[in-house]
Design a binder for this molecule. Structure first.
Ligand code: HEC
Ligand code: HEC
Length: 368
């Protein structure tokens, strides 16, 4: 029995690389949470490059890699569906009509997941190429769609695995092995189509050119200032007076009403007193009024701008802060080296800038 190379090295590498990247994306996105955002983004970039490569390979690759080899007219798809219930079957060396539809659906949904992910990243975290264009609220909507598409993708993967198992059983051939070795046995003379040769050099040139242009465009866009992210320079009086005992909390972390109330009673400043001259207080009031959370569109400014219901002026008593830190054991805050909830900089390397990016979060190991 002769066999034929159905899945070339390119298609096989693409398939398994995609399986790894999508698994990593699902694991970091659904299970591990925002502390693994950096890996989630790496997975997204790998998926994007892989999909772009597959589209080019679908035009320039060898016989069975080409989209043209598995673009079936609707009548053929329907006939295939009908045949599924009967015993008559026509074997497809490449993708069968149903599998082919799945390939196109996968490529579309994967592209949509990456796109909505970039939209969410730009709006919510003011990161990535779209940070200059999207509001926080828009980012939230895109994140919702991103999540739904990811769930749809999981369902499609389940259907794909079921399809592979069913076809392997029905056709008595190991389709998983075929995706590993690339070869399938040829049963009848008629099955072997005349081979089309890949234009690998041209394909790689196009993909590398796309990659270079894409990287340059992303870098240029990501260098634009984020929308609703004013320059974060601290007022010198604020930096000196309000940064002498603790982190000079970026003004975006509380609404104007909270800042005003804090300034109004510096004699009873939480557990101490913070003596500032009337002049300094007036100066800070004007600066904080102009730079409070309401003037920002960042994630911290949005989740922290609603004050605590009991009138507490603490950032760490706001419902937004409580919710985001609910899963951290109280002991972590009480022990060395954190000591206080308000020591944002102990866990957020970028606290002074007000960014609070997930990639900059790390809970320091406890010391005794
Ligand atoms: C003399 C030292 C001192 C100075 C000066 C000072 N603070 Fe404080 N601040 C404290 C202490 C102590 C706390 C309570 C820390 C804790 O319990 O976590 C605190 C807490 C805070 C908190 C609440 C943190 C939380 O738990 O959410 C804010 C907001 C704050 N200070 C803002 C300011 C501002 C604005 C200024 C400048 C006008 C200022 N502080 C100046 C000592 C100071
Ligand atoms: C003991 C370490 C620790 C301290 C101290 C701490 N945080 Fe956090 N913070 C975390 C962790 C961990 C997360 C991520 C929680 C999660 O979603 O899994 C987080 C999440 C956040 C987020 C959400 C980030 C995002 O993109 O979802 C904000 C905003 C934030 N913290 C602000 C603050 C501020 C402001 C302070 C100080 C007043 C502070 N944190 C103090 C550990 C800390």
């Amino acid at each position: 029995m002769t066999s034929v190379r159905v899945w070339d090295a390119g298609v096989r590498s693409f398939h398994w690389l995609l399986a790894v990247a999508v698994s990593a994306g699902a694991l970091t996105g659904f299970v591990l949470g925002r502390l693994t955002l950096a890996w989630h983004l790496v997975a997204g970039v790998v998926v994007l490059v892989a999909v772009a490569w597959r589209v080019v390979w679908g035009v320039l690759g060898p016989t069975y890699a080409r989209f043209a080899s598995f673009t079936y007219p609707p009548a053929v798809v329907l006939a295939h569906l009908r045949a599924l219930r009967g015993t008559g079957r026509r074997r497809h060396l490449g993708h069968n009509p149903l599998g082919a539809l799945m390939v196109f659906a996968f490529l579309l949904v994967l592209a949509a997941i990456v796109l909505t992910g970039v939209l969410a990243l730009g709006g919510l975290l003011k990161q990535g190429p779209l940070r200059a264009f999207l509001s926080y609220d828009a980012g939230r909507s895109w994140l919702r769609l991103h999540n739904w598409l990811a769930i749809a993708l999981l369902a499609m993967i389940a259907a794909h695995l079921a399809g592979v198992a069913f076809e392997s059983w029905r056709g008595r051939e190991n389709l998983v092995a075929a995706m590993l070795t690339g070869d399938k046995p040829v049963l009848t003379e008629a099955e072997a189509t005349a081979p089309v040769h890949a234009r690998a050099g041209l394909a790689w040139t196009i993909v590398l050119a796309l990659l270079a242009a894409g990287t340059a465009a992303v870098a240029a866009l990501a260098a634009l200032p984020g929308r609703g992210v004013p320059p974060a320079a601290l007022d010198p009086v604020f930096a000196e007076q309000c940064g002498s005992c603790h982190l000079a909390f970026p003004p975006s972390l509380a609404p104007a009403s909270t800042w005003n109330a804090i300034l109004a009673d510096l004699q009873h400043h939480f557990t101490t007193q913070a003596p500032l001259s009337d002049e300094q207080v007036a100066h800070l009031r004007a600066w904080l009024d102009a730079n409070s959370a309401e003037h920002w569109d960042t994630l911290p400014s949005h989740i922290l701008r609603r004050p605590a219901a009991d009138g507490s002026l603490r950032i760490t008593d706001t419902p937004g802060w409580r919710r985001r830190h609910a899963r951290i054991p109280a002991a972590v805050f009480a022990a060395k080296p954190v000591y206080r909830r308000s020591a944002c900089e102990a866990c957020h390397a970028d606290a002074a800038s007000g960014r609070f990016a997930p990639q900059a979060i790390a809970i320091p190991p406890a010391q005794d």
